[in-house]
Design a binder for this molecule. Structure first.
Ligand code: PEP
Ligand code: MG
Length: 324
């Protein structure tokens, strides 16, 4: 079984009916890139940069960040690398950044909200990313976007930093993309509006599920409500993918759901373009996808979206997988 999987390391991910999807890795540090490649990643779908900021006594400098981003980009060659700007607050804290106690940290001052409010912190990271952009196939991603104004403001700051680097004679690529995570229901519902302005979406189901079901992703007591296959969640995914494609934008997923063997056939049928997961899940997912047909998967979607419970969806997919 392991040997069978290992044979797929250098393959593209193609379904039985010849449809290509990209399987990418989620990484947390520059050192993870070797493991991603060893496990057959066609790209990096999520580099969680907060780990560069954690376990130390002060913010990483622009230069330190530049070196880290360059390392990942160079090692991935021409394969796409999605680097997410800082996502702290919520469950992630920095010892050297005092954040006030909040009643509801997951609904609070985190991620892009915090960055737009601490612009020096944000601008330093953006400069490091822009300088690294010449070393590979970079896609910059903003986390926890709820409104178009937030995206526009973040993008405007990025443009400002780009201009000032260029004015200083520093070379910046003009090929990088700028996209957002879809992890807040408001953004998932407004995906058609966002799709006109972003280069891509990456769906963060870890948060999207918790916000859709109002079930804290860390709370055991409500874990029964944390339902990836709930039709409410699937309808949001459907809306996001449809909206992205209507504007010719690619749509990925970097939440845990992207590597889940029950979710994969549904996501394939919904038209997801890129699946980003922990490195160890890539080869099993490639093997599973190579046995599925996108055309069959797409035909199940109407039925699935009309179901009323998560249990119903799960039973349906399991039965379908037994038939293939
Ligand atoms: C997500 O919310 O799905 C996601 C990928 O981000 P994180 O798990 O880092 O919040
Ligand atoms: Mg998230």
């Amino acid at each position: 079984q392991k040997a069978e999987l290992a044979k797929l390391v250098n393959d593209k991910t193609v379904t039985l009916d010849n449809h290509h999807v990209e399987l990418a890795a989620n990484i947390g540090s520059p050192e993870d890139v070797a493991g991603a490649i060893a496990n057959g990643a066609e790209g990096v779908g999520l580099f969680r940069t907060e780990f560069l900021y954690m376990g130390r006594n002060d913010f990483p400098t622009e230069e330190e960040q530049y070196v880290a981003y360059k390392h990942v980009l160079e090692h991935m060659g021409d394969r796409p690398v999605v680097i997410r700007t800082l996502d702290i607050g919520g469950d992630k804290h920095l010892s050297y950044l005092a954040l006030p106690e909040e009643m509801n940290p997951f609904l609070g001052h985190r991620a892009i909200r915090l960055c737009l409010d601490n612009q020096e912190l944000f601008r330093t990271q953006l400069r490091a990313l822009l300088r690294a952009s010449v070393h590979g196939n970079l896609k910059i991603m903003f986390p926890m976007i709820a409104t178009l104004e937030e995206f526009r403001q973040a993008k405007a700051i990025l443009e400002e930093e780009k201009k000032s680097l260029v004015n200083r004679g520093i070379v910046v690529s003009d090929q990088y993309e700028v996209g957002i995570m879809i992890e807040i229901p408001a953004a998932a519902l407004m995906a058609d509006q966002f799709a006109r302005e972003v280069d891509f979406f990456s769906i963060g189901t870890n948060d999207l599920i918790q916000y859709t079901m109002a079930a804290d992703r860390m709370n055991e007591k409500v874990a029964y409500l944390y339902q990836p296959y709930h039709p409410a969640v699937l309808r949001l995914l459907h809306n996001v993918i449809k909206a992205g494609h209507a504007q010719n934008k690619w749509v990925g997923m970097c939440g845990e759901m992207a590597g889940d063997p029950i979710a994969i056939p549904i996501l394939l049928g919904l038209g997801l373009d890129e699946f980003s997961m922990s490195a160890g899940s890539i080869l099993p997912a490639r093997q599973q996808l190579s046995r599925l047909r996108v055309e069959d998967a797409a035909k199940q979607i109407d039925t699935i979206l009309q179901m009323s419970t998560s249990a119903q969806v799960e039973a349906f997919v399991k039965e379908w997988l037994e038939r293939v």
